[in-house]
Design a protein. Structure first.
Length: 254
């Protein structure tokens, strides 16, 4: 019996070593794959770099500093946590970091040239580091752990904003965003949706599954073109939807 247990222990240990070795090999392979993509961009003179879906990539290769003219970078579906190196790319305008595990976005706080930023589905709870990025026109911070969005009050150039799938209840700061055209607050419990009726620049609104009792405020939006809502409202709010349709608004249930 003892020799069977010993052999089993050896087998488990060996299997663990094999798995660890495979993981390390995969991580190295993914890193080299990222370096290769960087080199291709460097040689072509392109201003966009796509490192999406290099699933084992844990850090941004230092070679990215060679891309001094880079304007767009995509880092989604990787294991990247540290964004510090992005500060060395002064011309960056568009950054996409979706579906990672990012908690710290402080390296972005002085990147004043950013125009669009996608941080969907990370581990963010605080967004104070976005407060100075007043050149942003597009921001997606959906599917995080955010409660407070007061840091957005100075982002007066925002035209597109997605804050869905968070724990945000107070959206009054949106009234300070005079250029907002597209807004998504789906899958949230918002205290005061009536304020949305004052966002007269809105052209597209998604409030699906946000437990909004009265949709009357939607009729106050003179420039609305597209309105998204949950399927369950089709019958209950038919009168409002008919009025929107009569105005030429595209009403979409999902």
């Amino acid at each position: 019996m003892m020799h069977i247990l010993k052999n089993l222990a050896r087998a488990v240990t060996f299997t663990g070593i094999v798995f660890l070795g495979t993981a390390l090999a995969d991580a190295k392979s993914d890193y080299l794959s990222a370096v290769k993509r960087i080199e291709m961009v460097a040689s072509s003179g392109a201003d966009a770099l796509n490192l999406n879906e290099i699933y084992g990539l844990e850090s941004i290769p230092g070679e990215i500093r060679r891309l001094s003219e880079l304007k767009r970078v995509s880092l989604s579906y990787t294991q990247i946590l540290d964004l510090s190196i992005l500060k060395d790319l002064p011309l960056l305008e568009h950054v996409e970091i979706r579906a990672n595990y990012v908690k710290d976005i402080s390296p972005l706080n002085d990147m004043l040239g950013l125009k669009s930023l996608n941080l969907r589905q990370n581990k963010l709870s605080e967004i104070g580091d976005l407060a100075k990025l007043n050149g942003l026109t597009v921001l997606d911070i959906s599917a995080n752990d955010i409660v407070d969005i007061s840091a957005l009050e100075n982002l007066t150039e925002l035209e597109v904003l997605d804050i869905s799938f968070n724990e945000i209840t107070d959206i009054s700061v949106l009234l300070k965003l005079p250029k907002l055209k597209k807004l998504s607050i789906s899958h949230m419990v918002v205290d005061d949706v009536e304020s949305i009726g004052q966002l007269t620049t809105l052209e597209e609104l998604n409030i699906g599954y946000s437990e909004v009792a009265d949709l009357g405020f939607v009729l106050k939006l003179p420039n609305l073109k597209i309105f998204w809502h949950e399927m369950e409202r089709v019958t209950a709010d038919k009168v409002i939807f008919d009025q929107l349709l009569a105005r030429g608004v595209r009403v979409i249930a999902y």
